[in-house]
Design a protein around this ligand. Structure first.
Ligand code: NAI
Length: 325
């Protein structure tokens, strides 16, 4: 057996965490031979509920769980942590404007970024799930001065998986047969699900579906999927969000074998997206590092959508600029 690694999960008493923790504990994220110490963080008001989750983790007698910490102190939760999944965030309350939401989340992600910089492993991999995920990741990265901003990523993998599922259903194949799908930009309704380079069982996706379907059905369905789930379930997506978080971290840590996945990462000028935002890009992962897939042709249709989601991210950034170090 390998030496245990430390995995921190925030919002640990919440609904995404209720799926996520058990997937990580069973080995879905880091493999069946990697023991984990779970470091669970929530706010003081949620600690009683978190106790119940910890009792259930105990009751699973997971062979891979070497320890569980439950705390309301980020310094304790991030102590030595190798992987941090930042799920806890402030939901939009009644009458709350977008700027209020962004600022309220800043109050969470600045101290968490600082605590990660102070306590986490120097190689920590951070995934922000809590919304607005891209801008929360930007805030945390900026507050974590002693860490590389590239260690902070945001989750667009749920959108990526949703896009695979929609295209697989439309073309009558399994999701496994879909390759090279991309989510560009923000995890929000301005995201751009792009199938320009996508193949379906080896054939170009664009030879199998028409432009009308892409524009009027595929793109809006993926963009609005979160709202559709809230409408149907009365609650936001949780198990699928947890599954996407597992996929994101597993691929980053263990590699994608050349397969493309979408990750929200600090923009570096690639594809005309200037540095300064956390933007969804196509990447491949190897040896614990991600690399943007370069050299893709961008037509006018894609360009307009990539720029629109970039503009939204820059508006979000402007609203919290004073929080950036
Ligand atoms: P939830 O409301 O069930 O749980 C959130 C938990 O976070 C609560 O237990 C709360 O006490 C905790 N929390 C709040 N502030 C905290 C802090 N400062 N430190 C630690 N914990 C804190 O929410 P749920 O459904 O689990 O969703 C969590 C977040 O994930 C939301 O922001 C949601 O919008 C987002 N989300 C993101 C997706 C993505 O694709 N990026 C997909 C689905 C949800």
């Amino acid at each position: 057996m390998k030496k245990p690694v430390k995995v921190a999960i925030t919002g640990a008493a919440g609904q995404i965490a209720y799926s996520l923790i058990f997937r990580i504990a069973s080995g879905s994220m880091l493999g069946p031979d990697q023991p984990v110490i779970l470091q669970l963080l929530d706010i003081p008001d949620s600690l009683e509920k978190l106790k119940g989750t910890v009792m259930e983790i105990d009751d699973c007698a997971f062979p891979l769980v070497s320890g569980v910490v439950a705390t309301a102190d980020p310094m304790e939760a991030f102590d030595g942590t190798d992987y941090a999944l930042l799920v806890g965030a402030r939901p939009r309350g009644p009458g709350m404007e977008r700027k209020d939401l962004l600022t309220a989340n800043g109050a969470i992600f600045v101290p968490q970024g600082k605590a990660l910089a102070a306590k986490a492993s120097r190689d920590v991999k951070v995934l922000v799930v809590g919304n607005p995920a891209n801008t929360n990741a930007l805030i945390a990265a900026s507050a974590a001065k002693s860490l590389d901003p590239k260690q902070f990523t945001a989750m667009v993998r749920l959108d990526h998986n949703r896009a695979i599922s929609q295209l697989a259903t439309k073309t009558g194949v399994s999701g496994n047969d879909i390759d090279k799908i991309i989510i560009w930009g923000n995890h929000s309704s301005t995201q751009y699900p792009d199938i320009t380079s996508t193949t379906v069982a080896g054939k170009p996706a664009k030879s199998l579906v028409d432009q009308q379907w892409i524009e009027s059905d595929f793109i809006p369905t993926v963009q609005q999927r979160g709202a559709a789930i809230i409408k149907a379930r009365g609650l936001s997506s949780a198990a699928s969000a947890a599954s996407a978080a597992v996929d994101h971290m597993r691929d980053w840590a263990l590699g994608t074998n050349g397969k493309w996945v979408s990750m929200g990462i600090p923009s570096d000028g690639s594809y005309g997206i200037k540095p300064g935002v956390v933007y969804g890009y196509p990447v491949t992962c190897k040896d614990g590092k991600y690399e943007i897939v370069q050299g893709l042709p961008i037509d006018a249709f894609s360009r307009a959508r990539m720029d629109a989601t970039d503009a939204e991210l820059r508006e979000e950034r402007a609203a919290i600029e004073d929080l950036l170090a």
